[in-house]
Every structure is written in C-alpha cells, then in structure tokens.
Design a protein around this ligand. Sequence first.
Ligand code: PNW
Length: 443
Amino acid sequence: MSSFSKDFIFGTATSSYQIEGAHDEGGRTPSIWDTFSRTPGKVWNGDTGDIACDHYHRYEEDINIIKSLGVDSYRLSIAWPRVFPEQGVYNQEGMDFYKKLIHGLLDAGIKPMVTLYHWDLPMWAHKQGGWVNRESVSWFLEFAEKCYEELDDLVYSWITHNEPWCASFLSYHLGHHAPGHTNLEEGVKAAHHILLSHGEAVKLLKGKFGSSTPIGITLNLAPAYAPTNTINDQIARNNSDGYANRWFLDPIFKGSYPMDMINLFSKLIHNFDFIQEGDLESISTACDFFGINYYARSLVEFDPSSPMLNKGAYSDYPKTGMGWDISPKEFKELIRGLRENYTSLPIYITENGAAYDDFVENGCVHDKERTDYVEKHIKAVAELNEEGMNIAGYFLWSLFDNFEWAFGYDKRFGMVYVDFETQERVLKDSAKRYKEIIQTRNI
Ligand code: PNW
C-alpha cells in the first residue's frame, strides 16, 4: 500500500466549452469550436457544445457534486468569448459567471485552479488568423490581464494554456480540431505564438501584478516508443517525441527549439523569421509548477509517406474506449525522464482518465474499467512520490461526461454520468472509489 501526504492535492477537471453550454447567453459570441462543430463532418454525429452539461445554469448544483466527492481542488477554464465577445470589448457579465462559480467553490472549501485557454478561441480572433497571427499574443494578454484583475485574489493557481500541442498541431496542422487546418507552417507558427503568449502572461502576472499566485502551463505528453530497434523505427520514435513533446518542453525549459526538429520542419518551412529575437527568453520565463496531462504512451513505426515520418504501430496493450494504450508503466518512465532532463518544479497531473461506454443500471454506473485505470495511475503517482518525484497533485479527467471535442458526446470521460436528455447526473462507481482514495489517502 502507498499513501499520500495530507497536503497532496486531489482534484478533478473540466473545461468551459466542454461543459458550459449557454453558447449565446450572457453576451458570449462564437468561438472556433462553435463554428467547427457546425461544419458537417467535423464532429461525431454533428454534436455541438450549445448545451453540453448546461453547467452555466447548473453550476450551483455542480459545486455541490464536486464538494460531495471530497476533492481538494477543481480545475476549470474561462471561455475567452464570454469575457471579450469582440476585439477590445470587455464583457463584465461574462466575467461575473466565473466570479460566482469561483466564490461558490471557495465557500465549499475547494481550491480553484484556473486555465486561461482551453481551446475556445473567439471567432473575432480567428477571423484575423487566430494563433497563426502574432497579434494573438497581445489579444491573449489583454484577456489574461482582465482575468488577473478580476480573479487573482480568488484563484489558487493559474494555468496559461492547456495542451499547446492540441491547440496548434492538432488544430492547424493535422486538422482534427478547430479550426481544422492542415498546414505544417501554420501549426508551427500557432505553437510559437501560443508559447510566447504563455511566457508573456507569466511575466505579466509576476511583473505588473506583483502577484504571488502560482502560475504554470499544462502540456499533454505522450512518451514515444517503437516496436523495434531498427534505425528507421528509432527515427520514427525520435520524431514522434520531437513533434509531440520536445517541441514544447525544450522552449519552455531550455529556451530553445530542438534542432533535429527544426531540420525536419525546414524541409517544408523555409523561413523561421516568425521566431524573433527575445521570444525564446520570454517563453522560458520561470514558472512555479508544471502541469501534465497524461493519457497514454504512443507506439510508432517508420512511415516514409507521412509528413512526420511515423505512424501508429500495432500494440497489444489493453486499450481504453478511445483505443489508447493503458500504460501506467510508461507514465512513470515519462516523469522520471522529465526529472532527469527538464525540470525540478513541482508537477501537477492536471488530467488523467479514460473513456468507456457507460450506462445507468438501477441508478448505478458500474465502470470497473475506468476505476481500474484510475487506480493504476494514482498508484503510479504514489510510487513516483516515494522515489522523490515531487508530484504535488492529481486531477481526474473528467468530473462529467462532456463534449469530447471531435468525438462529441460519444466518448464518456466522466466519473459522473450525464444524461444529455434530462441533464441528470449520476455518480459512477469510479467517483465513489475516487472519493474513498481521497478520504483514506491510501491506494
Ligand atoms: C485532452 N489527441 O485532449 C483535453 O485537455 C481534454 O479537453 C480532453 O477532453 C481530454 O484530453 C480527453 O481527450 C486531448 O488526439 C484530445 O492526442 C486529443 C488528443 C490528446 C488530448
């Protein structure tokens, strides 16, 4: 048995577009996800976040659910188009929703961890190129500044960005997420501007605001493995690691982009002038903690026809409902590697969880597979801490079944089941088990 100290933070996480609904209320204007989800063929079943979990109207009931789980902290994100529905136009009503929500959490004894950007870029910003346009950095800073002004004395910690890889490469290069573009140069530029906006937002909080609220960034990291030791497979492994992980880790922690990836990208991108003098210094501004979203390892093999020279390889690991490998061992290897090569900052696991096909049976949801998945990863966290890896907290993704991006409502990640017809919420078995782990601080 392993135990957790009493100051270890157990939490759960959501994001604005995935749960709020009320897409046209309170002065909110559309984000790229409203547009993308309305574009035929982009999201499973044509699902949108118009209603989602209707959290915008039900946040009080939802705070009670969060409280009933016994978590120490709740990670939420702020919808930028609620706060700035048009360029330069601040909307107090939008901000007030988050004030009420955060006050409610504090009253319930729950520490709010707040992400500024979890992918709902306002359409007004997209119409000017979105993250591909360097101006996006100043738009983001204006948004961040308002959030700091209004909320900094209430939040427990800030996260500038959730998963820059998804917001850049998955969205502008691979086209699976909004805005659905398929251009490597756009992806690399978007990644750069997102990273730069992160560094500038850290400087703003610590400098002008003189705030001591901890601030960090969350990356999704997928440690890469190859099925064989052939040179070609090892090249594939290295490139996958470079594309998914090092392209973000290196600038944040080392102040440089990985040269092997610059070389690879330079076959398609001929001019890197968008990386300007001083940018990398800003991107590597010291943070207070590092957030990691971990779901699975990736197993890749060489593919001469693919732009990044790799493709998913056959893996015999058990899978979650997303088809992702259940890989807690690789999670431990990832954390050890980060400690060795990148950072000694406190680490928060800001997301970890699994999707399965759940259903309600006599008022219960017996999600044994999710419970197993969560137990395995929490146990790994405890063991990593026994090795001195300094993981400060664990946030289960997700509180609710919600709008799972390109998969719409087809994939359920919640520990609380949501009936999207009635909006009824039902605690799954995994939630009950999570509550027990938090109470006993043992696994
Ligand atoms: C993360 N991929 O997204 C997000 O932070 C959450 O909003 C999301 O619901 C959760 O993980 C589960 O998917 C990802 O395709 C989406 O590699 C897609 C990928 C990775 C992370």
